[in-house]
Design a protein around this ligand. Structure first.
Ligand SMILES: [Zn+2]
Length: 260
């Protein structure tokens, strides 16, 4: 097989949850008498000031695991690419389709190509951390009570669910590796998956209104193999506000790699 590493598309975006977000965390990390349905949070402080000056994540702050984002984008793209019925609902493991080429073949050790897409854990922006801090001491979330109604007695059984407050901003960093020309074309499907996510939901309780998200302020740059030796070879796009604009201007994005 003819595989030659050509470079990496680096995608940076802001993910904003426009309704409360619930990505389940571990109950065990909660004290006795704590909440039944917590969201996932950091276990220790993380210093991200090498990415942005003064950006520090504290312990017990909600974040979005890269695996949650990647898994959801993959499943939506499998629906769009008609890979769900052929796999009886299991993630695709064929190793040949565009989904497998981008995300990796599920449970397939014979995978002929490397996984192209890597999504880092997405942490709250500095502004969002400030906003959360105004909610109260060490409280970065809201509790939403959902009721289960008994059909005969009409009695409501409340069920508390922890959510990240609407309007929080998370910084998303995606790397997409290019080996062949077809990888450059296939990058478009990553943005298609992001668009599909905006019309779906992230995390739990989507049918009850949780987890509506949008991507904004998307930036794309292409770092060619040579750029690792010569830093001037890093080609950047203009800043694109939305996924739709990215899709409209995909030719420009493609040209970044061609020009490298
Ligand atoms: Zn496949």
């Amino acid at each position: 097989m003819n595989l030659e590493f050509k470079g990496i598309y680096k995608i940076k975006a802001e993910l904003i949850n426009i309704t409360g977000l619930h990505i389940g965390g571990s109950k065990e990390s909660f004290e006795i008498g704590g909440l039944d349905n917590p969201v996932i949070k950091t276990n220790f402080p993380i210093d991200l000031s090498y990415l942005e000056q003064g950006w520090k994540i504290e312990e017990d702050m909600p974040y979005i695991p890269g695996s949650s984002l990647k898994g959801k984008m993959r499943s939506l793209l499998e629906w769009i690419e008609n890979r769900v019925a052929v796999n009886n609902g299991e993630p695709c493991g064929c190793g040949e389709c565009v989904v497998c080429k981008i995300f990796g073949a599920h449970k397939n050790n014979k995978t002929s190509e490397p996984v192209k897409l890597r999504i880092a854990d997405a942490y709250p922006s500095k502004e969002t951390i400030e906003k959360w801090k105004n909610l109260g001491e060490n409280i970065y979330t809201e509790i939403k009570t959902e009721n289960v109604i008994n059909r005969i007695t009409s009695m409501a059984t409340p069920r508390p669910v922890e959510r990240v407050p609407a309007g929080s901003v998370f910084k998303v960093y995606i790397n997409y590796e290019v080996f062949k020309d077809e990888d450059i074309d296939n990058l478009k499907k990553v943005f298609v998956a992001m668009k599909a996510l905006q019309d779906n939901f992230l995390g739990g309780g989507g049918s009850r209104g949780n987890g509506r998200v949008v991507f904004e302020n998307i930036e794309v740059c292409f770092k060619s193999k040579d750029a690792y030796i010569n830093p001037n070879q890093n080609i950047s796009s203009k800043e694109y506000p939305t996924v739709d604009e990215i899709l409209q201007k995909f030719k420009e994005i493609k040209a970044l790699a061609k020009g490298a």
